[in-house]
Ligand binder design. Structure first.
Ligand SMILES: [Ca+2]
Ligand SMILES: [Ca+2]
Length: 256
């Protein structure tokens, strides 16, 4: 094996190790779907699925017809509440930060055997959903509802990649950063970026992380703040960064 081949082989081994470290180990059986805590750990749409929907609608868990339909008539509302609290992250199927009737609906459908586009093909993704669509929901559940496996927010990934280039403080970096912008943004910001190229590392370092404000279809707005120059009291200016999903399917910064 040549030196170059040895290098490539080491690189491939390192890549494999990295990929296996972020693997989606787990199965749907790891999802905390046995909400009625039946002894047999059975997960049924007509019992557990119904209880998830009742919980999301704030209906009393332990009143009929839920009790009549459950496999474990002895459960209490307190047990349901404890289960929901203990598994809040895993049960947030769309990853919008809360357990809502949307999550309940997907869980109930899954437990009733809906797969593929039948799982969510007729539903719009909630505003702040990190996971979109039937395939993403099914993969999340099939792999054990482990939110630690969540992919990065695609808009944050674009923002961070663009800023990593701007932070180089070079015109080559600016050119690379433009690949993360819409044509409109490139037209708007190219002249300004050229005049502040040397200051870019400090400017980028002063930004806060971005926070989602509104996501709707192919348009998204995030908050970002930066220190107010000359403020002795730590005042910060808040800006809105807008993203557009362009025709190639990639999110790009449109205004900042
Ligand atoms: Ca059950
Ligand atoms: Ca949710």
């Amino acid at each position: 094996m040549s030196k170059r081949e040895q290098g490539a082989s080491k690189w491939a081994a390192a890549l494999l190790a990295l990929l296996s470290s972020v693997s989606y180990a787990g199965t749907a059986a790891d999802c905390p779907f046995n909400i009625d805590q039946s002894a047999a750990d059975t997960r049924r749409g007509t019992t557990d699925g119904l209880l998830f929907i009742r919980y999301a609608l704030s209906l009393p868990s332990a009143s009929p017809p839920a009790t009549n339909a459950t496999e474990n008539p002895a459960f209490t509302s307190a047990q349901i509440d404890a289960h929901m609290s203990a598994h809040a992250n895993a049960l947030d199927i769309d990853g919008d930060g809360a357990f809502t009737r949307f999550d309940a609906q997907i869980i109930a459908r899954y437990l009733l055997g809906f797969r593929g586009t039948a799982l969510a093909g007729d539903l719009d993704a909630p505003q702040f959903a990190k996971r979109y669509g039937s395939a993403a929901f099914q993969q999340y559940i099939d792999s054990g509802c482990n939110s630690a496996n969540d992919p990065a927010d695609p808009r944050m990934a674009v923002w961070n990649a663009m800023n990593a280039q701007l932070a180089l403080g070079t015109s080559a970096g600016i050119d690379q950063a433009k690949t993360y912008m819409t044509d409109t943004a490139v037209d708007s910001y190219t002249p300004a970026l050229a005049t502040i190229v040397a200051d870019l590392p400090a400017i980028v370092a002063s930004y806060s992380p971005i926070i989602p404000r509104m996501i709707s279809g192919d348009y998204a707005e995030y908050w970002v703040s930066r220190p107010l120059l000359g403020s002795g009291t730590g005042e910060r200016l808040v800006h809105i960064v807008t993203f557009i999903r362009t025709l190639d399917g990639n999110w790009r910064v449109d205004a900042m």
